[in-house]
Design a protein around this ligand. Structure first.
Ligand code: ATP
Length: 242
């Protein structure tokens, strides 16, 4: 079953083609990494899937429906620029967000799963960068999501937190969820994802397994990534100058 699909999607801002004909499809139970240099269009893709913005042209479907509206309650999301109410306590915020979903997990369970039990009565403002990321994961998980959209979810996390993070994310997949995540950490992508989609200049330049991308480990992942994305970023930069 296809969980999400973008077909020939363009998103144009004045002077910028954020997406220039993007084709991505993710099936149920997959963990897919979205890789790409700064400005490649990763965050724009998440915003479209959440219905926060609309495509200039092309088709975006989530669970076969237009993004936004009721389908939003089937998605848990971690976005880079997520603003949080700083004065609320961690537990209060998780409870509040859980109320917006038809099938919320118990607050204490979510806090335990994200190692935030000891921070439950702290204000959001007082959290460290990594703790804040864990809180964002707790908010993404509280609605028992069928789809997790995670934009650079482990940025700012230490090694132990990253490990716990992916254990929790995988547990959600074992329960039937699907994950699309963006990262700049190629090693993490290769270790975690079933499939990597490399985006550059608003288009997909590779869509394959981590193993196939490196020809079964024969090639250096970083070199492959740079070779794939350099050509397209150069083309996009030239386009900007016209
Ligand atoms: N609201 C906006 N107005 C104008 N340009 C935008 C807007 N949002 C995104 N862009 C532009 O669209 C392009 C794609 O941006 P996007 O944030 O999707 O990239 P990204 O792959 O997430 O990058 P990063 O790795 O830096 O987070 C960039 O050139 C960006 O400047």
């Amino acid at each position: 079953m296809t969980v999400l699909e973008l077909r020939d999607v363009r998103k144009t801002y004045p002077g910028v083609d954020a997406l220039a004909g993007l084709d991505v499809s993710v099936a149920r139970g997959e963990i897919v990494a979205l890789l790409g240099p700064n400005g490649a269009g990763k965050t724009t893709t998440f915003e479209l899937l959440l219905g926060l913005i609309r495509p200039t042209s092309g088709d975006v479907r989530v669970f076969g429906q237009e993004p936004g509206g009721r389908v939003r309650t089937r998605i848990g999301a971690m976005l880079q620029a997520a603003g949080l109410p700083d004065q609320l306590q961690v537990r209060e915020l998780v409870r509040l967000i859980g109320r917006g979903y038809p099938t919320a997990v118990r607050v204490d369970e979510v806090l335990a799963r994200t190692s935030l039990t000891k921070r439950a009565t702290r204000t959001v403002k007082s959290l460290s960068g990594g703790e804040r990321q864990r809180l964002l994961l707790a908010l993404a998980l509280v609605g028992t999501p069928e789809l997790l959209l995670l934009d650079e979810p482990t940025a700012a996390m230490d090694v132990a937190s990253r490990r716990t993070f992916w254990e929790q994310a995988r547990a959600s997949v074992a329960d039937g969820a699907t994950i699309l995540f963006a990262t700049h950490d190629l090693t993490e992508a290769a270790a975690v994802a079933d499939r990597v989609v490399v985006v550059a200049g608003g288009r997909v330049v590779a869509d394959t397994t981590p193993d196939a991308l490196t020809h079964h480990g024969d090639d250096d992942l970083e070199e492959v990534f740079l070779a794939l994305t350099n050509e397209s970023s150069t083309a996009a930069d030239e386009g900007d100058d016209r």
